[in-house]
Design a protein around this ligand. Sequence first.
Ligand SMILES: Cc1ncc(COP(=O)(O)O)c(C=O)c1O
Length: 409
Amino acid sequence: MLERMDTTWETERIRAQYPALKNGAAYLDGAGGTQVPVGVIDAISEAHRSGLSNVHGPFASSRRSMKLIADARTAVADLVGGEADGVVLGPNMTTLTYRMAATLAKTWEPGDEIVVSELDHDANVRPWVQAAASAGVTVRWARIDPQTTDLPAEQYAELVTPRTRLVAVAAASNLIGTITDVAAISQIAHASGALVYVDAVAAAPHFRLDMASMGADLIALSSYKWCGPHAGAVVASSELLETLRPDKLEPSSDEVPDRFELGTPGLANMAGISAAVDHLADLVAGEGDRRQRLGRSFAALAAREDVLVRSTISRLTGIPGVRMVGSPSRRTGTISFTMGAITPGEVAARLGKQDISVWSGHAYAWELTRVLGIRETGGCIRVSLAPYTAESDLDRLVAAVAAMADDCG
Ligand SMILES: Cc1ncc(COP(=O)(O)O)c(C=O)c1O
């Protein structure tokens, strides 16, 4: 029997699940953080209502808390095709990446090397650069192609040497949407025995990740970018985590992945993480286990975002004064532009007054905005899509930008 495959995108059914959309705002800053569906809100609320307690206690509420953590690990593992025992949970990606950098740096020796990229959000740059400085390790930089704003994978053949211990690279740019060829980069890194740390914060909301085919040894995520609560995760194999010794309190668990987690986690958020992954898996109708359903949802989401992004770019480029920032060959649902006479901050402020939320500035794409020559001029305006984005949100955006251009014209 044929598997039922209904990948129809039902925007209104999805939007109806987001209470925050009822205020009429056009939320076009998914890359900064998404709204959350009622399933996530209810799961967090229900966790509190049913009673939570410190973990490892001899009572039901403690067991409930531990189950929430275990379920969140399984959900995150499903999201990236990883192993639940390799899921390290924490407050956000930045904190976890600093922790992983400090831990991995203990295994580095002076004269070793690491590779970071100028495409990346600073959270996948500075923790490594600073850890390298403390360990006497050389930092090499992967450059973007300034014409295409792609991150050419071939350059890693020159950058990676037998001394390379780690390659840190984004799966997608948070500012201009560039999707990188992580698999090709990993292949080069692995040939020299280097580990690959993938920042998937800006990729995970747009396409289904698969650690194995990407060759990611460690992959970092933020659940508040994919309709979940403010929490982060780093996923690795439990085998790799077993080899690493993070700084930790003496009495805290020495097990993997627990020994990478500091203090008491946001317990109710754990319920929200699982509910967010369930929500993503159910964006389009279909059968199968959660991982299969995630594959189907993301295939439909990526196709939809591609259409929306193309039409929005073509409409925006027709507006006098609008200049697109970045023209990568593959991109997520993220568009950036500048407007000549009006600074990005001013554009975002004017749109904000009309309840159209977009980001402006460097968005922590610190090196990238320098390389693109826009850091000193206020960066750019970033429009980023989420599963609940409606065509009418983008129509509003384009009309408001056109009206602004007319005002200036
Ligand atoms: C690509 C990317 N990496 C890392 C981060 C940092 O994530 P967090 O806020 O969870 O520390 C962000 C946040 O915007 C991001 O977009």
